[in-house]
Design a protein around this ligand. Structure first.
Ligand SMILES: [Cu+2]
Length: 327
């Protein structure tokens, strides 16, 4: 009895040729239905993201390069949202539409898609276009504008078109950053003050190990390597303070290697720079002349960058040379 009943069920399934005729027509409408749901959802979510979340994406718009980072991120998200919606819509649709009914036959998905020319070509075309576009867009945005605020090495691909570029040297050492202003007598300070609306060239270097100069709200991030002049550009737009952190694990106090910088008006900057130049004149005389790199030495943090003609002396620094006054 039970065998006969099973046989009956099988013959019922296979004896329904209308069922096998139906799928092609059904698949076409599935495709259009999926496309319509995807299009409507994408057309709703993308503008919602761009209008409401887009303006609040870190690091904000304090400088040209920060604004550039926000723009790039938003473009990537606007392209990624439809991809994500496509996956989710397909998944939800498949769960609802193509699930096995209780006691019914296993739904057949694979064979129908296996030789579907339309699905295969559109899949390959869409992913190829997306990936190639992102590669092109990403490369362009890394170089233009202003090298994306990243260190471009000693010979930057992108250089400012502006005639007035303020050079500021960033010197990393265990465990602090100091800043030299070569166009103001080469004074060195722990304060990073930058003028609004002026193109700035950060010359980033290190006296000891590898550090990384990360002026977060300025959208500037450049490795600080010993014996390297790593150049990064930006133009500050908004007044206010920003955070500088070391972003390369550089020893035990790496986490404490940060300070606050400030964007001030051009006039305020001139006053600050000239005042500081005068105030630090005596110290500046003790520094080596401004150079793009300085020779690190075995004495590390307070090492060879500083002159040997002041107390306290270090045997390590003088490498056994006769010290003044010791002969
Ligand atoms: Cu560091």
């Amino acid at each position: 009895m039970s065998v006969a009943a099973e046989g009956g069920a099988v013959s019922e399934g296979s004896g329904a040729p209308q069922g096998t005729d139906e799928p092609p027509r059904k698949e076409a409408s599935h495709g259009w239905r999926l496309f319509a749901i995807w299009l409507v959802l994408s057309a709703i979510v993308d503008p919602l993201y761009y209008i409401f979340a887009g303006p609040h994406i870190p690091p904000g718009r304090m400088s040209s390069t920060a604004g550039g980072a926000v723009f790039d991120f938003n473009i990537l998200i606007v392209l990624a949202i439809p991809v994500m919606i496509g996956v989710w819509v397909y998944m939800a649709y498949a769960i609802i539409q193509w699930r096995a009914s209780k006691g019914g036959p296993e739904p057949e998905g694979g064979p129908l898609a296996a030789n579907n020319f339309k699905i295969q070509t559109s899949w390959i075309t869409i992913t190829t276009v997306l990936v190639l576009f992102l590669a092109g867009f990403g490369t362009y945005e890394l170089v233009q504008p202003e090298g994306a605020g990243g260190g471009q090495g000693p010979n930057p691909i992108w250089t400012p078109t502006s005639n007035t570029v303020l050079p500021i040297q960033v010197i990393g050492q265990q465990w602090k950053f100091t800043y030299r202003y070569p166009t103001f007598g080469g004074f060195e300070t722990t304060q990073l003050v930058v003028p609004q609306g002026v193109s700035i060239a950060f010359h980033v270097t290190s006296l000891d190990v590898i550090h990384d100069f990360w002026a977060y709200q300025l959208g500037v991030k450049a490795d600080a390597n010993p014996n390297q002049d790593n150049v990064a550009f930006t133009t500050p737009y908004q007044l206010g303070s920003f955070v500088v952190r070391c972003d390369e694990l550089c020893g035990i106090w790496h986490g404490a290697m940060y300070n606050n910088g400030a964007v001030v008006t051009k006039d305020q900057f001139e006053v600050w720079a000239q005042t500081t130049e005068k105030a630090l004149a005596a110290n500046t005389k003790l520094l080596p002349p401004f150079a793009y790199t300085y020779t690190p030495d075995a004495n590390g943090a307070d090492g060879g960058y500083y002159p040997d003609n002041v107390d306290p002396y270090s045997k390590v620094e003088t490498y056994g040379a006769t010290q003044p006054g010791s002969g």
